[in-house]
Structure formats: structure tokens, C-alpha cells
Design a binder for this molecule. Structure first.
Ligand SMILES: NC(=O)c1ccc[n+]([C@@H]2O[C@H](COP(=O)([O-])OP(=O)(O)OC[C@H]3O[C@@H](n4cnc5c(N)ncnc54)[C@H](OP(=O)(O)O)[C@@H]3O)[C@@H](O)[C@H]2O)c1
Length: 293
């Protein structure tokens, strides 16, 4: 397993992490898949209060050591007291005393980020969390969040990034590289959409390229992300078969020429992922906050 350093810390994270959104209803299969990944050296597991999978993660990680547990506080809990309360609940769900990475799940323009970050910094100070991250923040939102902090740093930003959702390449990645902030890439398969008929031409080209490495299209797509320096993809796979296939992406190299070929399969500003609904969710959160719901 290849490891990467988290932001400007000394933490070593596996170059592929496990995502736990919308796991299948077959919890036994999910557990088996995640346990297999851990056995193979994956140490990063990502969940969120809103996913409803914190308790399952808690069950899996019980009595296991050296794992790095990331979870998120949902945007309607960004007032000071609500952040503290949400963190306590996540600690209880996970059955742990300290969360390794606590992330703001989605920017909420309706609540002053200074108030939210004050609570996040208090959580670090009190030892309830170790590091602060954000998720779905664009460059401007990330800069605002950084400015709102007084003691600690933002170590990661979790955004959608895959071959058909390449908006992070516009400005965000360069800024994050400069600031030494890790990019946790969610939905590396565009939530599975990349394997649909619509993208058949792209997948065929990648399969062809993968033959040289004896790798599947999925492995090539994950590896393409891993080789983007500060990027760690989060893979969600409910079955042990998919999980093993995916984490094997951490153990091979695509040469520069083939990386360029993959780069050229879609335009750099390709925006076909779930993130294109970001504004809608943003307006909803703003409305909720202004009505103080
Ligand atoms: N921060 C955020 O706002 C946010 C938003 C979305 C996601 N995330 C995080 O990112 C994680 C991953 O994203 P995601 O769940 O959207 O989707 P994804 O990883 O892009 O795609 C998951 C889909 O691909 C399938 N799949 C997995 N491995 C495969 C393979 N080797 N070949 C073919 N199909 C395969 C899965 O099926 P099976 O399950 O049947 O294996 C599932 O249907 C989430 O679990 C979550 O932790 C974060």
C-alpha cells in the first residue's frame, strides 16, 4: 500500500480511502469489504453524521488500531453549540474518544464561518478532534474558512473529482497544492455514472489503455486520481470483489504518456458530476439559515 502525507501534518494516509455513503443494505457484505481493505493496509475511513453509517463504522473499527477516522458535521449544524453537539453525537456513534478528521460537510453562506470555526477550534483544543477539514468548498470558500481560523490549519478539502467532473482542476487544486491541503476526491466513479452507456467510449479507451498494466477501467480511473499529487480518492464498494479491485489501484503506476492520454479524454472543465447541483443545495441552506430552521 502506498501512503501520502495529510496536508502539512506528519500523518500517513493510505493513498486510497474508504467512503461509506449509501452502503448497501447487506451490512455483512459491507463489513467484509471494509475489513478486507483494512487488512490490505487502507487506514482512511470516511463517514458523515448525515450518512447514517457512523455506527456501522464504529462497529468495524472497534479494537482496531492505527486507523484514521474522518467524519463530517452537516451544514445545518454550523452554529457554535450545534457543532459541539454534533461532534459529541458522532463520537458516541463511532464509539471513539477522538475523531481524526472532522470536516464541515458543505459551505453554508447563512451562518458566519467564524462562528463555525471557533467551535471547530475548540474541539481540537479540547482533544475531541485532531484535525479540521472542509468539504465541497471552492477556492473562495476555502480562503474564507482559512481566514476564519486563529489557532489551527485546514488540512483537507473533500470535493468531487473524477474524469467527468474536473472542476477542481480549474483553480482549486493549484491553490490547495500551494497551501499544502490534501484533496480527498469523492465519487471517483461519478457515483457509478461513469460506467453507464453514455460514457462507453471513454471507458472503452481506458480499458484498452489498462490492458498494458493488466488493470480494469475502475483501477485506471482511481490511479489517475492518485497520481495527481495531493489527491486521495475515496472509494465506495459494497462488495468484497469491487473493494479488492479498487484498492489494488494503490499499487501500480501509469506512465506519463498514458496519464496525458487519460487527461485528454475529457475537457478540463468537464462538469458532469453531482457537484453541478451545488448551487441548489447552497440556496436551500441559505433559506433555512435565514428562517432560522
Ligand atoms: N463530501 C461529500 O459531499 C460527498 C458526496 C458524495 C460522496 N462522498 C464520499 O465519497 C465516497 C465515494 O463516492 P460515491 O459513493 O458517490 O461513489 P463512487 O465511488 O464514485 O461510485 C460508487 C458506485 O460505483 C460502484 N463501484 C465500485 N467499485 C466498482 C468497480 N470496481 N467497478 C464497477 N463499479 C464499481 C459501486 O457499486 P457497489 O457498491 O455495488 O460496489 C457504486 O455503485 C462516498 O461513499 C462518500 O464517503 C462525499
Amino acid at each position: 500500500m502506498e501512503y501520502k502525507i495529510l496536508g502539512s501534518t506528519k500523518e500517513k494516509l493510505s493513498s486510497i480511502g474508504i467512503g461509506t455513503w449509501q452502503l448497501s443494505s447487506n451490512t455483512e457484505e459491507n463489513e467484509k469489504a471494509i475489513n478486507l481493505a483494512i487488512e490490505k493496509g487502507v487506514n482512511l475511513i470516511d463517514t458523515a453524521e448525515i450518512y447514517g453509517t457512523e455506527k456501522l463504522v464504529g462497529k468495524i473499527i472497534k479494537e482496531k488500531r492505527n486507523l484514521f477516522i474522518a467524519t463530517k458535521v452537516w451544514a445545518t449544524h454550523f452554529r457554535y453549540d450545534a457543532v459541539i453537539k454534533a461532534c459529541e453525537k458522532s463520537l458516541e456513534n463511532l464509539g471513539i474518544k477522538q475523531i481524526d478528521l472532522y470536516q464541515l460537510h458543505w459551505p453554508n453562506r447563512g451562518i458566519n464561518i467564524k462562528e463555525t470555526m471557533k467551535a471547530m477550534e475548540k474541539l481540537v483544543y479540547d482533544g475531541k478532534i485532531r484535525y479540521i477539514g472542509v468539504s465541497n468548498f471552492n477556492e473562495k470558500e476555502l480562503k474564507n474558512a482559512q481566514r476564519a481560523m486563529s489557532k489551527y490549519e485546514i488540512v483537507s478539502n473533500q470535493v468531487e473529482y473524477n474524469l467527468i467532473e474536473r472542476m477542481p482542476e480549474m483553480n482549486l487544486i493549484d491553490y490547495m497544492k500551494k497551501e499544502k491541503i490534501t484533496l480527498l476526491a469523492y465519487s471517483p466513479f461519478a457515483h457509478g455514472a461513469i460506467f453507464k452507456k453514455r460514457y462507453e467510449r471513454i471507458i472503452k479507451s481506458i480499458e484498452e489503455l489498462g490492458k498494458k498494466y493488466d488493470k480494469t477501467a475502475g483501477q485506471m480511473l482511481l490511479r489517475w486520481l492518485i497520481q495527481k499529487d495531493i489527491v486521495i480518492p475515496l472509494t465506495k464498494a459494497s462488495s468484497p470483489k469491487h473493494m479488492l479491485e479498487n484498492i489494488a489501484a494503490a499499487d501500480f503506476n501509469i506512465n506519463q504518456k498514458d496519464m496525458k492520454i487519460m487527461d485528454n479524454l475529457t475537457p478540463k472543465d468537464s462538469n458532469a458530476g453531482l457537484s453541478r447541483f451545488k448551487n441548489l443545495i447552497g440556496y436551500y441552506l441559505l433559506l433555512r439559515a435565514s428562517l432560522r430552521l
